[in-house]
Design a protein around this ligand. Structure first.
Ligand code: ZN
Length: 104
């Protein structure tokens, strides 16, 4: 993750990264505090040292196999809100990627 950030900074000719925005799916298993701690440890001496991490949490979205509808679901309901079926594909909620970098 950090390597990607460093690379992107180099390509943009940036000296220092100020803000890193990360998109984290609600079911990605990513714990922001943990990422933050790891980041502090490994970013020392790199262009990303001291950068602020912003976590953009993505809600879960499903595509129902029964009615074909796409909906956002909350963490308690694992059913299609449109027809009540529990046969669906998760189309958002497990991702973890760098959304944007703000450099000086
Ligand atoms: Zn449905």
């Amino acid at each position: 993750m950090l390597r990607t950030a460093g690379q992107a900074a180099k390509e943009n000719g940036a000296e220092k990264i100020r803000i890193i925005t990360l998109s984290v799916g609600i079911y990605s298993g990513i714990v922001p505090e943990y990422v933050e701690n790891c980041f502090r440890e490994i970013s020392g001496g790199t262009a990303a040292e001291g950068a602020k991490l912003v976590f953009n949490v993505l809600p879960a979205r499903i595509r129902c196999r029964k009615c074909g509808g796409e909906s956002q679901i909350d963490t308690d309901t694992f059913r299609c809100p449109l027809c009540g079926a529990d046969d669906f594909q998760m189309i958002q909620g497990r991702e973890f990627y760098i959304e944007s970098l703000e450099a000086e």
